[in-house]
Write a protein that binds this ligand. Structure first.
Ligand code: MN
Length: 382
């Protein structure tokens, strides 16, 4: 398989690139090349260092632009080899919310963090649980991740101490990008999901488990998560995922009316977690309990507005099998059961580790599309 595989005419993800001669601008990836949309169309919304101006235009414009792309690509003009461009963060991120939509992940974490209680808290099957994250530290794939420092206190320790995280982890997730925002007081119904959501990105919610475990009660994740969140350079428009929708695994009890969705509300996307070149897990997005449309409906049901560039993460994707877990916390069961990578026992991230998340889905032409990957390397604490 070449790098071009999965990037045919049925995919055409959007990103922001620059060259030594050209300022950052919007491009579309086709195979191993990037089409300079600013030059090819002359449209001002593409002569921008983010996709925000374009994705704010709405679903009709998204569809018209996409329909025009094959002819622009065919001319061969304004195309740059992928290895001659620099890729950037594709959006100016508005608000960032992270959900917790995998029943297996929430159950696994519940068992580890609260071993004397039911793994799922009573609200979990009634609403998609989430928290507001830090949009200013969302970074593009390829950005190095500096090991965070903070307060941590193991259950066996008498007092907290300060220092580099000893339990640095990943969370393999999918991210969703808002194109069209809402006014304050407006709600987005589950049926209006595709009018507001432009597309999806790969997302790694880097997590310092020791900092998180000490700080999270009672208000949820804070510094254990806010140091960095990586997203892919390429945004796959929802139109490229028309054949990837699938039924949710099943919701019991039935959620309240504002969260009702029909068939094919889930996404069948295969994820690979790669540590230093070795695949260590294959989480299936199709196993996620809550649908993306339910997450957006819930985010806005109180009248909170969303804006162009808002980003939400699905939460860690974990399937039911041990080799489908989307975090090292789960793969090593809290660090107690190391897993083998090329014959070496591993638990949490070490300095110098490189993690890449890869995503594939059914394309609209019957083949497979490769979503933008997310990669990052751990640098020592400073
Ligand atoms: Mn997360």
């Amino acid at each position: 398989m070449t790098d071009a595989a999965g990037y045919g005419l049925d995919h055409l993800p959007y990103g922001v690139f620059s060259t030594p001669e050209r300022d950052p601008r919007v491009g579309v990836r086709f195979e191993d090349s990037v089409l300079d949309l600013a030059a090819a169309t002359g449209r001002p919304e593409f002569a921008q260092p983010s996709l925000n101006a374009f994705i704010a235009l709405g679903a009709d414009e998204w569809a018209e632009t996409r329909a025009a792309l094959p002819a622009l690509i065919e001319t061969g003009a304004h195309r740059h080899p992928l290895d001659e461009v620099t890729l950037h963060l594709p959006i100016e991120v508005g608000d960032y919310v992270d959900f917790y939509a995998s029943e297996q992940h929430a159950s696994n974490v519940g068992r580890m963090f609260r071993p004397d209680q039911e793994p799922l808290l009573p609200n979990w099957k009634h609403l998609p649980v989430g928290y507001h994250g830090r949009s200013g530290t969302v970074v593009a794939s390829g950005t190095d991740i500096i090991r965070p420092c903070g307060q941590r206190k193991a259950p066996t320790e008498d007092a907290p101490s300060y220092g580099p995280s000893r339990r640095l982890d990943i969370e393999a997730e999918l991210g969703f990008v808002v194109g069209v925002g809402t006014k304050l007081g407006e709600r987005v119904s589950t049926g209006a999901f595709k009018d507001h959501t432009f597309g999806v990105v790969g997302l790694n919610d880097w997590s310092a488990r020791d900092i998180q475990a000490w700080e999270y009660v009672p208000l949820g994740p804070f510094l254990g998560k806010s140091f960095a969140t990586s997203i892919s350079n390429w945004i796959t428009p929802l139109a490229a995922l028309d054949n990837a929708w699938t039924d949710l695994p099943g919701q019991d009890p039935e959620p309240l009316d504002y969260l009702a969705v029909g068939e094919r509300a889930g996404l069948d996307i295969t994820v690979e977690v790669v540590l230093n070149g070795v695949v260590v897990s294959r989480p299936p997005y199709a196993s996620m309990y809550w649908a993306p449309a339910q997450m957006l409906a819930h985010t806005t049901v109180n009248g909170a507005s969303v804006r162009t560039g808002d980003l939400w993460g699905s939460g860690t994707i974990s399937g039911s099998e041990p080799d489908q877990r989307g975090s090292f916390l789960e793969l090593s069961w809290g660090g107690k059961e190391p897993f083998l990578v090329d014959g070496v026992e591993r638990t949490f991230l070490e300095d110098g580790d490189e993690v890449t998340l890869r995503y594939t889905a059914r394309g609209t032409s019957g083949g497979t599309i490769t979503l933008g990957e997310v990669t990052g390397r751990i640098l020592p604490a400073t």
